[in-house]
Design a protein around this ligand. Structure first.
Ligand SMILES: [Zn+2]
Length: 423
């Protein structure tokens, strides 16, 4: 198998490199899908009140590969810029994610018949939330996480190597901990730029019949619910099952089960193993058959671009009307995706007074990237009672809205996507 040799590599550049050929198949036939303009890195948050200083902004364009249908970012940014050691995201904070990882453990243990000696390795293990489920169920676990969040996992008793994952780390794991029965990569498999190196590394530490389970944002619900706000420089690739399958097959891995899961507004969980070691389930063909391919995908992406532009104009029109009536607007939660929406739509501290995060969030005390909008403890919302609040983590609005009401928020709640509306 010949892997693309021209693929963009930003690591070590201290800057960014344009994506000029497909990250999976190497084809140069890349069509432009959507441009969101220039964006600041979502995790570079300046402390409230700090003197504004120079910051990098990067072009944010989506491309579609005509050859393998992968939708991908048009720019690779050096990981030291997008995953700084002070990376403020912890995965243990939302109930939906905690429930999902518990489900992943139950489903995989049942499907694969795991036993207590089995080693489970999680790539991009964050604060150890995913692995804690496997640890509690009695398996050996090991996390790999490049940022300081890995220290939280270690203090919680989840052994974690604080390194960027690659073939070297994989060989070290196999040597020192033995081969893994299960390797998981949840919400990071689309983030790491050298995707062929990652899959090689995964194969190198898997037992002969070991299983690789990935969870990634899924392109189809992303298009269906206009989640352009999940486009930022951490997310290099937006997988369909067809494009994922093609990637894994380049490394002799066969997809044997796949299903949609609710994480991050619509994700896909995919099971793969060395060819012929596991029975391929009907779920694979079923999901593939429902995905647009080739010219149908191009057409779907054109419609997506038109709808995204309209959604920006509609949200602005709604907020304009609120401001014309003299009302005050706050924001609820500051996930990374809030940065894309705020910068693409053009919201600033003149429009949104502040954004709330629950107590304990590492983002409190900082400003949303590219703006002077402060992130504050949500206690302020209940004291201050602004007239309305935009829910930036709108994909979990059903979980959030009742909680905000129960805690006493009386203003109007707005979800900005897929269609701006009051809830
Ligand atoms: Zn391609």
């Amino acid at each position: 198998m010949k892997f693309p040799s021209k693929v963009a590599r930003a690591a070590g550049s201290g800057a960014s490199v344009p994506v000029e050929c497909c990250q999976i198949c190497g084809s140069g036939k890349l069509d432009s899908v959507l441009s969101l303009g220039y964006m600041p890195p979502v995790n570079q948050m300046v402390p409230i009140g700090a003197v504004p200083h120079q910051q990098p902004w990067f072009p944010t364009n989506l491309l579609h590969c005509r050859e393998c249908d992968l939708v991908q970012l048009g720019l690779a940014v050096d990981p030291v810029i997008i995953f700084p050691p002070e990376y403020p995201y912890t995965s243990g904070t939302t109930k939906l994610l905690r429930d999902n990882f518990a489900d992943l453990q139950r489903e995989s243990a049942e499907l694969l018949g795991l036993t207590a000696q089995d080693l489970v390795v999680d790539i991009g293990s964050n604060d150890g939330t995913l692995l804690s489920n496997f640890k509690n169920a009695g398996y050996r676990v090991l996390g790999i996480e490049p940022t300081d969040v890995g220290k939280i996992a270690n203090t919680r008793g989840i052994p974690t190597i604080q390194r960027y994952f690659g073939p070297d780390v994989a060989r070290e794991v196999a040597r020192e901990h033995g081969y893994a029965t299960v390797v998981t990569a949840a919400n990071c498999f689309a983030h790491i730029e050298d995707v062929h190196g990652i899959v090689d590394g995964i194969v190198a530490m898997l037992k002969d019949d070991g299983v690789f389970i990935s969870e990634s944002h899924y392109l189809i619900p992303l298009l269906d619910t206009l989640q352009y706000d999940t486009v930022y420089h951490e997310h290099l690739r937006y997988y369909s099952l067809a494009s994922l399958k093609r990637l894994l097959e380049m490394h002799e891995l066969e997809v044997f089960h796949a299903r949609p899961i609710p994480s991050h507004g619509g994700s896909i969980r995919v099971y793969a193993a060395r060819r012929g070691t596991h029975t391929v389930q009907a779920s694979v063909e079923r999901m593939l058959a429902a995905e647009p391919r080739g010219p149908a995908m191009s057409e779907r992406l054109t419609q997506f671009r038109r709808d995204v532009v309209l959604s920006k104009l509609r949200l602005m029109a709604m907020l304009r009307e609120i401001k014309e009536n003299g009302a005050r607007i706050a924001g609820i939660s500051a996930p990374s995706r809030a940065s894309t929406m705020i910068n693409y739509v053009g919201l600033d501290e003149g429009i949104i007074d502040y954004v709330c995060e629950i107590a304990g969030s590492l983002k409190i005390g900082k400003c949303l990237p590219g703006t002077g909008i402060p992130v504050v403890d949500e206690a302020k919302l209940f004291e201050d009672q602004p007239d309305c609040a935009v829910i930036f983590s709108w994909h979990i609005a059903d979980e959030l809205a009742p909680k905000l009401r129960a805690k006493g928020f009386r203003g109007e709640l707005i979800t900005p996507l897929p269609v701006p509306r009051k809830v």
